[in-house]
Design a protein around this ligand. Structure first.
Ligand code: KMH
Ligand code: ZN
Length: 275
């Protein structure tokens, strides 16, 4: 089994300080949290950025400041969101890819997102895929439902996405696919054998799906973007506590954690940052 890669999704675009005082907003807060997650066992940080008042943003200068601050302090891989927040346009979502992070997300379909719609018509997906390729960045294919895996494989046949690829299954979100082990087992059955995958369980599904992924050889994403609670009614004091909980599950299962160099090899990334 591959060593376990843990990705920390530290702020997202849909959680705010009125829900948890531990959601980081500024580049300095995001970098502090990324470092804490690295020290707790994460090999990658999935990054959104915020305006000073917490408004979701995709501003390249905020991404640049955050990535520089993280890289000055630890070697954790930096993955930018191109999903942004519900309702953002493609140019805004994909602009910061030019900064050449280690990875950038690529959602391959639309999905009901709570009461909203996270809109990803196929032409938009192709546009973001091309932009990611233009800057030699490696995509992480975000799938909120099984049809998104099929779309990714179709885009791969069209040459828009290189295979093997790394998939992230976002499961248990209201409006999307459910968060049971059966849902995860079905999703992982769809990707080619030479591809890799992680699971991001939403809310109460986060740690149970992490445990299952650890057992069956997948990788794990956790963090306040996906779940604010360490246990029922107990807020996590940061994504690092959720990373530490997954590291503990891995230790109990006898699964070693990946180093950053091992993660680079597993994810087929260059041996050092592009920028
Ligand atoms: N905030 C969601 C609407 C991604 O980061 O690529 C989309 C999202 C996916 O979070
Ligand atoms: Zn995200």
């Amino acid at each position: 089994m591959q060593p376990l890669m843990i990705t920390a999704a530290i702020c997202g675009a849909e959680v705010f300080r009125d829900q948890s005082p531990y959601v980081p907003y500024s580049p300095a807060e995001l970098a502090d949290e990324a470092v804490r997650c690295f020290e707790a066992g994460a090999t990658m940080v999935h990054l959104h950025v915020r305006e000073p008042d917490g408004t979701p943003s995709q501003r390249a200068d905020l991404f640049a400041a955050t990535m520089a601050s993280i890289r000055a302090r630890c070697p954790i891989l930096v993955q930018f969101s191109t999903g942004g927040a519900v309702g953002m346009g493609v140019d805004e979502r994909a602009d910061a890819v030019k900064l050449r992070p280690d990875m950038a997300t690529l959602s391959t379909g639309s999905v009901n997102f709570g009461d909203d719609v996270f809109s990803n018509p196929t032409p938009l997906v192709r546009q973001i895929a091309r932009r990611i390729r233009q800057f030699d960045v490696v995509p992480e294919i975000e799938c909120f439902d099984s049809g998104m895996v099929d779309t990714a494989l179709r885009l791969a046949r069209d040459g828009e996405i290189a295979l093997p690829a790394h998939f992230d299954f976002v499961l248990g979100m209201a409006g999307g696919m459910g968060g049971s082990e059966r849902h995860l087992d079905f999703m992982r059955s769809l990707v080619p054998d030479d591809c890799t995958w992680s699971v991001a369980g939403i809310g109460r599904f986060e740690l149970p799906l992490a445990r299952h992924a650890i057992a069956v050889g997948g990788h794990v994403r956790v963090g306040l973007e996906d779940n604010l609670y360490l246990s029922k009614g107990v807020l996590a004091k940061g994504s690092f506590e959720l990373v530490a909980a997954v590291a503990q599950l891995a230790a109990e299962a006898g699964r070693k954690l990946a180093t950053v160099d091992e993660a680079r090899a597993i994810l087929r990334l260059p041996s050092r940052p592009l920028a």
